[in-house]
Design a protein around this ligand. Structure first.
Ligand code: 13P
Length: 256
């Protein structure tokens, strides 16, 4: 399976800054066959960047989208509108779950909206610090996964990526702690187990599972060598071109 290195730019960069970054990134990286580089710019930059992106080198992702395709939904942007601009979309990120109050039902509809519009959802799951402290991590992950995948058929699960992002390990929120590779391995194995229950072991094996949470060039190798981890979802470090390129190069080294 390919490794995925996904940069989530969150609410950063103007359209101009995003364009300059993309231009420089494309100059710095070759066309990797076994690594899929993806960046998720802010919504306003997607249209111009979609004209600029070299899709042999990298793909674009949305950070969010609305689950209905068209209609009276002021301020929303649908996957039907994102179709053609992006190949992937981050769904159910903890910042949307906890700051924007997105629940599993909404995440479920958004995953379905992506698939309906030929966009690969990157479904994020992860526990908050108190849930881990109370031993609730497995239940939280199970609920989020079952909720998000409720409408996803065996055929369509092959078009889904799952990302494990422990909320307490994401920079800018809470604990400033790093997840250990063992902690990541345990939850990723749990995710694989739940996918196998839902879709069978062989199909589950084919679903890429990424890790995210304070990933940087120094720890990327340790996370990428966790069994059954197929890539990284990078926030802060993806905003610094040199660091993002270094992470991609670490992935290349781990792969070979
Ligand atoms: P950081 O890498 O900044 O911790 O963010 C992780 C994240 O939320 C990516 O989606």
């Amino acid at each position: 399976m390919k490794s995925y290195i996904v940069g989530n730019w969150k609410l950063n960069f103007t359209v101009g800054e995003a364009s300059i970054y993309l231009h420089k990134l494309q100059k710095k990286i070759p066309n990797y066959r076994d690594i899929q580089v993806v960046v998720a710019p802010p919504l306003v930059a997607l249209q111009p960047l979609s004209l600029q992106v070299d899709r042999h080198k990298l793909k674009l992702a949305g950070q969010n989208g609305f689950y209905r395709d068209f209609g009276a939904f002021t301020g929303e942007t649908s996957f039907a509108q994102l179709r053609g601009l992006v190949d992937y979309c981050i769904i159910g990120h903890s910042e949307r779950r906890y700051i924007l109050r997105e629940d599993d039902k909404m995440v479920q509809k958004k995953v379905a909206g992506c698939i309906r519009n030929k966009i690969t959802p990157i479904l994020c799951v992860g526990e908050i610090e108190s849930e881990r402290a109370f031993g609730e991590t497995a239940d939280v992950i199970r609920d989020q996964l079952l909720g998000g995948l409720r409408d996803v058929s065996e055929e369509d699960i092959t078009k889904v990526i799952v990302a494990y992002e422990p909320v307490w390990a994401i920079s800018g929120h809470g604990s400033a702690k790093l997840a250990t590779p063992d902690e990541v391995a345990e939850v990723v194995a749990l995710i694989r187990g739940i996918l196998a229950e839902l879709y069978g072991g062989e199909v589950a094996e084919g679903v890429p599972v990424l890790f995210g949470g304070s990933v940087n060039p120094s720890n990327a190798g340790a996370y990428l060598t966790v069994p059954q981890v197929n890539g990284l979802l990078v926030g802060g470090a993806s905003l610094i071109l040199g660091e993002f390129v270094d992470i991609i190069e670490v992935a290349k080294r781990v792969k070979s």
